[in-house]
Write a protein that binds this ligand. Structure first.
Ligand code: ADP
Length: 488
């Protein structure tokens, strides 16, 4: 049986057969008992006839009326008829030949009665009639007693058999239940815990814990959905990355202008002043070299960012990362907005540079958008700060101290804050959802914070959003200080 449906159908069939079997056995037993009761009725009829016979015998002795004698003879004849009719039942109850012996006794009794009728004063004959009558009634009584006992015994046997059968059926039902449970609920439970892991962000594929057709196809479908999800997430991340790459490109183009024009003017002077002071010329060449390096670094950071590489953690000087971000987004900064950098000197974070760059680009880009909105009027301040912390120690004011936010003992806390209008309270719990945006169509994809959240989680850190009491939005990132192994 390689399918759940077949197993359940089999269990139902077994159950139905058991119930039919049990009912059939109960019906057969009941039939047997009702036979016994019918036999009992025959014995009772015979016993009643003998009692009536004796009653008329007594009346005859007391009153000597002819009618009583005739009635007596009638009941003797009836008892004889009953004995003849039910001989088999009586023999079965009291042993072979019992009916014949009783019939003979009845014959002798009738003869004694006839003799007494011919000689009513003969006390000896009367005593013989009474003795025979008494014996016949006693036999009838014993027959009735034996019949009752046999019905009782049959009822008890039926009860016992029925209980044994019920116990057997219950045992079979429990065993079938266990069997079904093992076949159905065990793989379902395994699937449930797998799915919980998936819901918690581990996109690990399911392996079927049962070879039943339904489980195999469900697992296959689920894995297919996971593949598709991963593929789409990848596409979304790429789309968002391309969008911020556009922003970066215009920043980089501006940024490149400076070293290029410095190189150009140094080269111009060199050309015009071909036989000037050698020390001055050497300085100009050194300047050209330094500016070329600067331009190369700018271009490399763009290349690094645009590449689609696997996660690669390395130590990153945070001030450099933050300055790059501000430079790349120079064009998006509203003119009335001041930027402030408050980074502990020499602070290094461990992570994947392009990915962390993307997080800062998203956060700072959003802050500039918020500050450019009419509510802020293009004025205000953007703050990026970072400091090392020891989790749980004095001065650790991170609002969440559980899950990924509890990154181990040493961590780096990064803050990106602005003095803009802040995040609308009703949006606060949804801003990390994919496609959630309050921006106009064409201005926001709603993916920036979702991707930033994913990247921070990939670093085993955590990202939370809040509004500052004095106004404006505040994003806090906690990253573990220790280098993270690349995911396998
Ligand atoms: P998008 O920028 O494309 O809208 P994000 O995921 O980056 O997508 O941001 C989602 C939403 O979060 C924004 O539309 C905005 O409403 C809100 N948000 C993000 N940063 C800020 C901020 N600094 N100030 C106010 N609101 C913000």
């Amino acid at each position: 049986m390689r399918s759940l449906q077949a197993k359940i159908a089999f269990a139902y069939l077994a159950l139905a057969l058991l119930i039919i079997g049990l009912s059939a056995v109960a019906l057969i037993e009941l039939g047997r008992i009702s036979d016994k009761v019918r036999e009992g009725g025959k014995v009772a009829e015979l016993f009643d006839a003998t009692l009536e016979m004796r009653r008329f015998e007594k009346n005859h002795f007391l009153y000597g009326q002819a009618g009583d004698l005739a009635d007596h003879a009638r009941y003797v004849a009836r008892a004889q008829d009953l004995l003849k009719r039910d001989a088999a039942a009586i023999d079965a109850l009291a042993g072979a030949g019992a009916a014949g012996r009783l019939a003979a006794e009845l014959g002798l009794y009738a003869e004694a009665m006839a003799a007494h009728a011919g000689d009513p004063a003969n006390e000896e004959l009367a005593a013989a009639v009474r003795a025979r009558g008494y014996r016949i009634v006693t036999v009838g009584e014993n027959l009735a007693l034996a019949e009752r006992k046999s019905v009782d015994a049959a009822l008890q046997a039926h009860q016992r058999n029925f209980l044994i059968l019920l116990a057997a059926v219950a045992a079979i039902l429990v065993a079938t239940g266990f069997w079904l449970a093992r076949r159905v609920t065990t793989p379902l439970k395994a699937m449930e815990s797998h799915m919980e892991a998936v819901a918690n962000g581990q996109l690990t594929r399911l392996s079927p814990d049962s070879r039943d057709r339904e489980f195999v196809s469900l697992t296959g479908a689920f894995n297919h959905v996971l593949d598709e999800l991963e593929r789409r997430q990848h596409t979304l991340v790429r789309a968002e990355k391309l969008a911020s790459l556009g922003t970066m490109l215009s920043g980089v183009a501006h940024e490149l202008n400076n070293p290029l024009s410095n190189i150009s003017s140094s080269a111009q002077i060199l050309k015009e002043d071909s036989d000037g002071d050698p020390a001055f010329r050497a300085q100009l060449v050194a300047d050209i070299d330094a500016e070329t390096l600067r331009a190369r670094r700018i271009v490399r950071s763009l290349l690094d960012y645009s590449g689609d590489r696997a996660f690669q953690a390395a130590p990153i000087p945070f001030a450099e990362l933050a300055n790059d971000t501000l430079r790349f987004l120079k064009n998006r900064r509203p003119p009335g907005v001041e930027t402030r950098l408050d980074v502990a000197p020499g602070l290094v974070v461990h992570g994947d540079r392009p990915r962390l760059q993307q997080v800062l680009l998203n956060l700072v880009g959003n802050a500039y958008d918020a500050l450019a909105a009419p509510a802020a009027g293009g004025h205000g301040e953007l703050l990026i700060s970072a400091r090392p912390v020891v989790v749980g120690e004095k001065g650790d004011d991170f609002p969440v101290q559980s899950g990924r936010c509890r990154t181990g003992s040493a961590a780096v806390d990064i803050v990106v804050a602005d003095t803009g209008p802040g995040i609308p309270p009703q949006a606060l719990e949804r801003i990390f959802d994919p496609f959630f945006t309050t921006k106009e169509i064409g201005h926001g994809s709603g993916l920036g914070l979702f991707i930033a959240f994913e990247i921070v989680e990939e670093h085993e850190g955590c990202l939370i959003a809040a509004n500052r009491p004095e106004g404006g939005a505040l994003f806090r990132i906690r990253l573990p200080a220790a280098p993270k192994e690349p995911p396998q």
